[in-house]
Design a protein. Structure first.
Length: 343
């Protein structure tokens, strides 16, 4: 049988005092003698009294909960970002309510409604890659609930956000390939409507421009293409590709597979750089060069921004672009090693 929860009334009846006296004693209020206060606190501890969180939240107009919407848990990037968020929120006395969108707009919209119904004090969110409408995020802000975007952002939403410097992250990767002597550099883009895809593609093009290398459309592939693997094979076989930069480490792995099928040695004939520094990068052979986005720091910074917004709603728009780190491993020749961080 379910054990009855001890209430303030139970303590009051046991000590023959009023519930309001017990409430003041438990919450540090006045008009209670120190002797009576200690007596009440002692009995509350003995009986295992725990405050009713719902009643407390109604009284304070706060739930001490923060909503988090992320695309998924499986990627190391999001698990590290979550760890960064929790390192801040737990110290501040907040609990996390976590929802996943599975990169679907409908699920993201449902998640925002669920979190608003739960009366969270604020929401951290990473926009799903299938998102092309942002009314639900505007509704969060219109409700008075603070919102901070992390990793991805939309210019349509004026709210604090924390992202990585994807332009310079991509630029440093492709610049390294160019300095290593690569002339025909394949690029696999990310999902079409994401800010991260655009910024990494711009970084790719700017690095080529710096080295006066022509941007060739036939060397730019869309990750959403159903025939992506076949197109990678075609490029490697027919376009004299000597370097490759992928939107993610997982897409870089597809380049590895195609190169293996064609007996193209990495890095002997092909240098490859991915993005995000997932554990995969150190598991495959040769180990994958990549760009680290500092996801833990991203999560912690986003959480701090949200807490600032919760505690001071009138605070200005906070925007942070975190520096990325190029990590060179065995998938690249190391001619420019002095300029890079090694792992």
């Amino acid at each position: 049988m379910k054990k009855k929860r001890i209430s303030i009334t139970d303590i009051a009846n046991e000590l023959s005092v009023t519930p309001s006296t017990v409430s003041r004693a438990l919450n540090g209020g006045g008009k209670v003698s120190e002797k009576k206060r200690q007596e009440i606190l002692s009995l509350a501890k003995k009986l295992g009294y725990r405050p009713n969180p719902i009643a407390k939240s109604l009284l304070e107009n706060k739930t001490h909960t923060i909503g988090l919407i992320i695309p998924e848990f499986t990627h190391h990037f999001y698990s590290r970002m979550l760890a960064g968020i929790e390192s801040v929120t737990s110290k501040a006395g907040y609990q996390l309510l976590i929802c996943t969108s599975n990169e679907k707009q409908k699920q993201e919209i449902k998640s925002t409604q669920t979190l608003l119904d739960a009366r969270v004090d604020g929401i951290l969110a990473t926009i799903s890659k299938m998102n092309d409408k942002f009314q639900h995020l505007q509704e969060v802000m219109d409700s008075g609930t603070p919102l901070v975007l992390v990793d991805r952002f939309s210019e349509e939403i004026e709210t604090p956000y924390v992202i990585s410097d994807d332009f310079n992250g991509a630029f440093s990767a492709v610049d390294y390939l160019c300095q290593s002597g690569c002339k025909n550099i394949l690029h696999i883009k990310g999902p079409a409507n994401l800010s991260t895809t655009f910024n990494r593609f711009m970084g790719y093009k700017e690095a080529l421009r710096k080295h006066e290398i022509e941007v060739k459309e036939e060397l730019i592939l869309e990750s959403s293409d159903a025939n992506l693997v076949e197109k990678i094979r075609f490029c490697l076989k027919n376009q004299q590709v000597d370097g490759a930069f992928a939107y993610s480490d997982y897409l870089a792995f597809e380049i590895y597979r195609a190169a293996s099928d064609l007996k193209i040695p990495i890095p002997g004939s092909l240098s490859v750089i991915g993005y995000a520094d997932e554990p995969l990068a150190t598991y495959i052979n040769p180990t994958l060069s990549t760009v680290n986005q500092q996801p833990f720091e991203m999560g912690a910074t986003g959480a701090n921004y949200l807490l600032n917004k919760i505690n001071n709603p009138d605070i200005g728009l906070e925007i942070r672009s975190l520096e990325t780190k190029l990590v060179i491993r065995d998938s690249c020749t190391k001619r420019a090693a002095k300029e890079c961080q090694f792992s």
